[in-house]
Ligand binder design. Structure first.
Ligand SMILES: Nc1ncnc2c1ncn2[C@@H]1O[C@H](COP(=O)(O)OP(=O)(O)OP(=O)(O)O)[C@@H](O)[C@H]1O
Ligand SMILES: [Mg+2]
Length: 574
């Protein structure tokens, strides 16, 4: 944490310094009041009352100014600290592999970057303001009380351990509850995130009541834990007040007797002593508050550190390619299993080679491993056995951005952002000129529908592309990949929402315009793959056959079965 605060050390130093000015005002005021009461009110010296009044006013102005400056400097340190931590967290999360994001869960990552950082910001603010204020006022109050009368200091010394005991008792009850509160908040964030992102599914299945019940349960649990913590804390103030009042009565009693007997003490001093006494004893509560905030914030800082200290699961390579445009892909005996199911291989000993410029299709039943296979090329995941090579080099040896720059991938689920259609297309190629953008849209068979939208390329796409049809989203995603002019274009079931005519037009434009680009096309429909140079048939993670459509019809029972089942479906449908 110090590493983040180092940059703002000047503000971290200035804030407590100005706080000392504010404290001086608080410390001197009771003593000045004592003089006004003793010499001004009881001694009948009106001039002194005026004089001291003006001094007190000046002191308030000085103390107030110091307080404002302290607040400003503390805020600068805390806010900038939070700003830096949030940026680092976000950048770290952006570098996480899919596996790491899955492990943390999206909800928890959101809580960490928002709620947890705010808590730690609060701790920084408190450290440079309240800790100094509390400590100086506590010890300064004892000293000032001692100056009024050592006997009164003794009363404070008796009250202190009792209050400290109360504070420790309640804090021990409450501290574990704060960790639970944070976990409950994580849960709520997960539920909110899932149900808002998946609102359409929730509505389609009329699951609003179930979603609400799930949310209410988590929310009620949070409410109960919060209530338990707050109820325990509610007892603290009255307990401290009782001790404080007993001490005040004792001071008044001793003060009264002393005034009447030896006159060693004045009524003004008794009054000031009571103010100092409450100043000292109340500090214990403030210290408890600080301790509480520190306990909660250190739990938050631990959660932030977990993210900051998580090393990227994938190391970027250093290989610098000297050759020009190519696009060869080779799988050498590749096996792969997801990290959460290491004993359940999704790909088993898969080997194949794709020459630059070839169009190769991957077909297979659902769950056979097609998406998993293509995800290994841009290193969304790393192989657990064997090697994936691009242009003869293991993908692990490329710097990540060099590798991903070679590849344009359109994922099975189109991901669009809430910005204009043009900005969505230029997402990976920000400096593309308008003619290039139009060409990519034309190639992706998207231009006609874009021109029919109210503002053409400037039409705003709502969050996650909800304002567009499935096929429109897919075509914008394809245009986005095309604009990159990648060496390798991967379409993972990316034309599934297109009608056969549009898909045929898309394939024709690929053949016409992307001659040198290697195209790897995952598809479910035989019609989408039959013109490919080579078809790979995946069956339960194994490459069961390869060849052209005609070859496979003769040699692959799995491919034959896929063809027959689709013809049957078409016959049944017609
Ligand atoms: N992130 C993940 N974590 C764990 N297992 C996964 C993950 N993604 C996919 N799987 C599993 O891997 C297997 C292959 O999934 P994959 O998505 O590659 O299939 P697919 O052939 O693309 O299917 P579809 O045609 O339905 O898209 C499935 O059994 C699936 O449950
Ligand atoms: Mg898939």
């Amino acid at each position: 944490m110090l590493q983040y605060l180092k940059k703002y050390r000047l503000y971290c130093l200035l804030a407590p310094l100005f706080m000392l000015g504010e404290i001086a005002m608080d410390m001197w005021q009771p003593a000045m009041m004592a003089i006004i009461v003793d010499k001004g009110v009881l001694g009948g010296n009106i001039d002194l009352i005026w004089e001291m009044g003006i001094w007190m006013l000046l002191l308030v102005i000085f103390g107030g100014t110091c307080g404002i400056l302290c607040g400003v400097f503390a805020s600068i340190a805390a806010q900038n600290f939070g700003n830096d931590v949030r940026k680092d967290l976000f950048s770290r999360i952006m570098n996480f592999s899919f596996q790491q994001t899955d492990q943390f869960t999206t909800g928890s990552l959101i809580t960490r970057i928002t709620n947890d950082v705010s808590r730690v910001e609060q701790m920084v603010m408190m450290s440079v303001r309240s800790v100094v204020r509390c400590t100086v006022m506590f010890f300064g109050g004892i000293y000032m009380l001692y100056l009024q009368s050592p006997r009164f200091a003794l009363v404070a010394a008796c009250g202190l351990p009792v209050i400290a005991a109360f504070v420790i008792f309640f804090l021990r009850k409450v501290s574990p509850l704060f960790t639970i509160i944070q976990q409950k908040l994580d849960q709520i964030n997960c539920i909110v995130q899932e149900n808002i992102a998946g609102a359409r599914v929730v509505k389609a299945y009329v699951k609003e009541a179930q979603a609400l019940a799930l949310f209410s349960k988590a929310n009620d649990q949070l409410c109960i834990v919060n209530l338990r913590a707050q109820t325990a804390l509610a007892f603290l103030n009255p307990c401290v007040n009782i001790v404080l009042n007993i001490c005040t009565v004792v001071v008044l009693y001793i003060g009264g007797i002393t005034i009447q007997t030896d006159g060693n003490i004045t009524p003004g001093q008794v009054m000031a002593s009571i103010t100092y006494l409450s100043m000292i004893l109340m500090r214990i509560i403030f210290m408890a508050n600080i301790f509480q905030t520190f306990t909660r914030s250190s739990a938050s800082w631990k959660r932030i550190r977990e993210v900051l200290e998580t090393k990227p699961a994938q190391k970027s390579g250093t290989y610098v390619s000297e050759k020009g445009h190519q696009g060869e892909i080779e799988f050498r005996n590749v096996s792969f299993s997801y990290p959460d199911a290491p004993d359940n291989p999704v790909l088993k000993n898969v080997s194949f080679q794709i020459e630059p410029g070839q169009t190769v299709a991957v077909i297979g039943s659902t769950g056979s491993g097609k998406s998993s296979l293509v995800h290994l090329i841009p290193r969304f995941y790393d192989t657990t056995g064997g090697e994936v090579l691009v242009d003869g080099i293991n993908v692990r040896d490329y710097p990540m951005e060099v590798l991903r720059d070679k590849i344009g991938i359109v994922q099975q689920k189109s991901e669009l952002f809430s910005r204009s259609i043009e900005e969505n297309i230029t997402w990976g190629t920000p400096n593309a000129d308008p003619e290039e953008i139009r060409r990519a849209a034309r190639l992706a068979q998207a231009e006609d529908f874009i021109q029919n939208t109210p503002n053409g390329y400037q039409t705003h796409v709502t969050e996650s592309g909800h304002s567009l049809s499935g096929g429109q989203k897919q075509r914008i995603s394809i245009a986005r990949a095309m604009l990159k002019r990648p060496e390798i274009l991967i379409l993972d079931d990316a034309a599934s929402a297109l009608d056969l005519k549009t898909e045929a037009a898309l394939q024709a434009s690929f053949n016409r315009e992307l001659e040198g680009t290697t195209k790897l096309i995952v598809a479910q429909r035989v019609a989408s793959v039959k013109n490919a140079d080579k078809i790979l048939v995946l069956d339960d993670g194994q490459l069961s056959a390869r060849g052209t459509h005609e070859e496979l019809l003769k040699t692959s029972p799995v491919y034959g079965e896929i063809c027959r089942s689709q013809i049957k479906q078409e016959v049944n449908a017609s």
